[in-house]
Write a protein that binds this ligand. Structure first.
Ligand code: 57M
Length: 358
């Protein structure tokens, strides 16, 4: 909104010309989103404590009983901050901004319903696992349909390290997009099991895709780097900036020992946003590299469950997802968290290196 109001004043004074630049508006979105979370989160935590809307801890698994009652659903504040900052600083004529915000909000709503059922200990407001997956897949499908219909978009698949090999998936791009978005959403959800464990890597991956959406939307740079050019994708830098600012400010409160958890409302929406960014920037498979921590966590569950069923009860890991395995090994929680962040940083650097290693 401010983009339209303030940039139009550049006839009055050259100063307002700065609002044309994506880099400037991205910086503003980072600061705006972070400030909103810093102002609202303490109040939200106090409100959730007062209403005793705290996390219910399940019996089985590593001992987290000391965390019982920790306020959750901090994702509500993150979503509010990201949405407001994106609408304030984004170009509201950009289709990718609207469909990505829409996907972000719908996945947040799905998570909210689940969280609400848990914290209110009420009757099941939440959806069943299958209903959630169908709704998530449907949302991802509509997201892609709108990108193809109103965006300058195609169904070709990019493969990291290869610049020539870009197979056109055609209609198969729909199930593929659903897999990327729903997979990313649920992988972040599974990872969010220790203080800041999902938040830290999320900020890193969002930073990687801030770079890739900027490059994808820049005709000259996309051509020089031989990556797909997606006119208008650069506007998602503002959304990325809002995600980074909001998540970093949230990490201030989610850092060990956490004063608040993001809830499914946060993990599902943040994860889905990474999937959406990967699709719009035409760097879909790169998410496996950049989001290696999330992939490892989800993979550990799939391997554990499959092996458990195949062997009639044996386990590969002491407990899945992967972070619980290290807990069972006796690693202190902060050590697990920071080591996962370190791996996430290396995975992010590897993802960026694919720009030149091709
Ligand atoms: C998402 N949720 C955390 C918090 C957060 C199929 C199976 C692998 C599913 C999986 C599962 O239920 N995952 C749900 C993980 C939960 O966090 C809440 O959920 C939101 C994110 N979705 O925002 O509101 C707990 O995580 C801890 N936490 C923190 N700090 C944070 O900043 O300490 C979260 C955020 C919170 C808190 O204790 O209560 C979670 O772990 O449930 N199930 C599991 O992950 C279980 N694994 C398991 O059963 N493994 C089996 C099979 C099925 C693979 C096996 O290995 O044999 C473990 N999780 C729990 N207990 N809680 C172990 C049992």
């Amino acid at each position: 909104m401010l983009y339209h109001v303030l940039y139009s004043l550049h006839d009055v004074s050259i100063i307002f010309n700065v609002f044309r630049y994506i880099t400037f508006r991205t910086f503003c979105a980072i600061i705006t989103s972070a400030l909103i979370v810093f102002v609202l989160m303490p109040r939200f935590i106090a409100y959730m404590r007062k209403r005793q809307f705290g996390q219910v801890i399940r019996e089985i698994g590593p001992d987290h009983q000391h965390k019982a009652g920790t306020p959750t659903m901090g994702g509500v504040v993150i979503i509010f901050a990201v949405t407001l900052a994106s609408l304030l600083w984004g170009n509201l004529n950009n289709i990718y901004l609207w469909i990505t915000l829409g996907l972000f909000l719908i996945f947040g709503l799905i998570g909210f319903l689940d969280d609400w059922r848990k914290v209110s200990r009420g009757k099941s407001l939440g959806l069943t696992g299958k209903e959630k997956l169908v709704l998530q897949a449907l949302t991802a499908g509509i997201f892609l349909f709108l990108a193809l219909k109103y965006g300058t978009f195609d169904t070709k698949l990019s493969v990291p390290f290869f610049k020539e090999f870009r197979p056109d998936l055609g209609f198969l791009y729909f199930p593929f997009t659903m897999l990327v978005v729903v997979g990313a959403s649920n992988a972040v959800n599974l990872t969010d099991g220790l203080d800041g464990l999902a938040t830290g890597p999320f900020v890193i991956v969002a930073g990687v895709y801030l770079l890739f959406v900027y490059l994808a939307g820049h005709a000259k740079l996309a051509s020089y780097l031989q990556i797909p050019y997606v006119p208008g994708a650069g506007e998602l830098c503002i959304f990325c900036g809002a995600l980074i600012g909001g998540a970093l400010a949230f990490l201030w409160y989610n850092a060990y020992p956490a004063e608040i958890f993001m809830g499914d409302v946060g993990s599902l929406s943040l994860g889905a946003s990474l999937g959406a960014l990967a699709v719009i920037s035409k760097q879909e498979l790169l998410l496996v590299l950049a989001g290696g921590i999330f992939v490892a966590e989800a993979l550990s569950v799939m391997l554990q469950v499959a092996y458990f069923r195949l062997t009639g009860g044996k386990r590969i890991f002491l407990m899945a997802p992967l972070h619980h395995h290290f807990e069972k090994l006796g690693w202190p929680e902060p050590k697990i968290i920071v080591r996962f962040w370190i791996v996430a940083i290396f995975m992010g650097l590897l993802a960026v290196s694919t720009l030149k290693l091709r």
